[in-house]
Design a protein around this ligand. Structure first.
Ligand SMILES: Cc1ncc(COP(=O)(O)O)c(C=O)c1O
Ligand SMILES: N[C@@H](CCOP(=O)(O)O)C(=O)O
Length: 471
């Protein structure tokens, strides 16, 4: 398997090179040159595999022989040994038409752990095997940063810097990142929003001299391995649900911001998973909903909502979908992305939009509706949704059809967003792991929303660091 860029100006690369490249060197995003197709017979054979076994089966289509099977197995075992549920991502029935896929049983109580526990192991493996220095640079609206820090904590040869928007993440998210006082962790709290943080890190990854000099590596969903690791739970959930819903069409409803999780579902679909519709749920930052409705992809004004992790205007992975939408034509993607940069919008024609509508539905959830859904599911089903998950459920309710079953993603545990839960007059008991954070000291540097300021911070961070990679 080789990997190429959505913009067509990167020589095909292997799996590990692709992981290390993160953002493609031509500014695009890496994707497989050809997507492997899993046959219906193979899907049946996978029906009773554990999560870890399924992960291995899927990854074997992608890693070539660059990682020996025994090493991959060991990494996968370690990655998921930290999860609190033996099923890793259990599927819970709520009604006969609705299942919730709980993706929050990892160390930081959000879906990001599923991929980032593995990426921590993978980076550590590459660092040891190849003597690679790994300097992770990431942007977060709250969950990726916490999960990435936990994923690499205590791992030799790795340093991590995470940019989060100052006072625009929940208290628990902030504490999960900033109570870590390890010498190899730097938390920068940027006076801006998530889009600013993402723009700055993309600019730094795009400066190939700076990226090479400082060995910058990505943990955001710009890195293809994040996308791939997230496809596993689509397969896992489908294989559980189909057992009792043989003739139903199966939809997935996905709380969305950066479009990484949805794109993983799209990849699963192209790999042959018989998904009916991917339902994109956003909050009031609804660029994706507006795109699906009008064909116009254009950022609006940034709004702070009860689901802060989805307070995102520019959905990074949209470019990966665009590549497939325009018939895998990298020149067209480059032209569209240039237009987006110069004019701030992309418009897709009516014919292509028919294809979009065959694959996706989208719904933007207003703040008040988000709280109503949390209250309703607590009262009617004794199930407490976090505000992101509630957006997914509201979108499912809007698009549930006859003979359709929906798997709605629970992307975070409600304890991470107690601010919103309290507004519903619901008292929850916080898990001990979260409770203990509330009294810990915090370590973070508040910085201006400027690339130059971040560069200064990074250079100081790297000059402080002294650890050596051992083979
Ligand atoms: C809890 C939660 N739900 C949903 C999302 C949106 O996922 P994506 O950015 O992959 O669209 C995020 C952030 O990514 C998140 O942290
Ligand atoms: N919601 C995310 C934003 C970053 O998304 P990613 O999937 O590209 O890492 C977060 O919680 O940080």
């Amino acid at each position: 398997m080789k990997y190429i860029s959505t913009r067509g100006n990167v020589e095909p690369r292997g799996f590990i090179e692709t992981v290390l490249m993160g953002l493609a060197d031509d500014g695009g995003l890496m994707i497989p040159a050809e997507i492997p197709v899993i046959s219906p017979a193979t899907l049946v054979e996978w029906e009773n595999l554990s999560y870890q076994e399924l992960f291995l089966e899927i990854f074997l289509y992608y890693v070539n022989d660059e990682i020996p099977l025994e090493d991959l197995k060991e990494m996968v075992a370690k990655s998921y040994s930290t999860f609190r549920d033996p099923a890793i991502t259990p599927v819970k029935p709520i009604t006969d038409k609705l299942y919730v896929l709980e993706l929050f049983h990892g160390p930081t109580f959000a879906f990001k752990d599923v991929a980032l526990q593995f990426m921590g192991e993978l980076y550590s493996y590459i660092s040891k095997k190849q003597g690679e220095i790994i300097h992770i640079l990431g942007a977060t609206s709250g969950d990726t940063g916490a999960a990435a820090i936990q994923g690499v904590r205590g791992k030799e040869g790795i340093r991590i810097c995470v940019l989060h928007p100052h006072q625009k993440v929940s208290k628990v998210q902030e504490l999960q990142m900033t109570t870590v006082n390890d010498a190899n962790v730097l938390n920068l709290s940027v006076k801006g929003n998530f889009d600013d943080c993402q723009r700055i890190i993309k600019e730094l990854f795009g400066d190939l001299g700076f990226k090479g000099e400082h060995h910058l590596r990505a943990i955001n969903s710009i890195n293809f391995v994040r996308i791939l690791a997230q496809t596993v739970y689509y397969f896992y959930a489908y294989l559980q649900v189909v057992k009792t819903n043989k003739d139903a069409s199966i939809n997935f409803s996905i709380p969305s911001g950066n479009f990484g999780n949805v794109f993983s579902g799209y990849l699963a679909k192209r790999m042959g998973l018989p998904v009916n519709k991917l339902i994109i749920a956003t909050n009031e930052n609804n660029i994706l909903e507006r795109f699906i409705q009008t064909g116009e992809y254009k950022p609006g004004d940034f709004l702070s909502t009860y689901s802060p992790s989805m307070d995102i205007q520019i959905a990074s992975n949209f470019e990966r979908y665009l590549y497939y939408l325009v018939g895998e034509d990298a020149e067209k993607v480059s032209a569209y992305m240039k237009k987006f940069q110069d004019e701030g919008q992309i418009v897709i024609g009516a014919e292509a939009m028919q294809q979009v509508h065959a694959e996706f539905a989208a719904y933007g959830v207003k703040n008040a509706e988000c709280l109503q859904v949390i209250s309703k599911y607590k009262a009617n089903h004794e199930y407490l949704l976090d505000p992101h998950t509630a957006c997914g459920i509201a979108a499912y309710e809007t698009y549930s059809g006859d003979n359709e079953v929906c798997v709605s993603f629970a992307t975070a545990h409600p304890a991470k967003f107690d601010e919103a839960i309290k507004l519903c007059n619901i008292e929850q008991v916080l898990p001990a792991e979260i409770q203990q954070l509330l009294v810990m000291p915090q370590y973070q540097t508040i910085v201006d929303n400027s690339k130059e300021e971040i560069v200064k911070q990074l250079e100081a961070f790297y000059s402080r660091a002294t650890d050596v990679v051992e083979n």
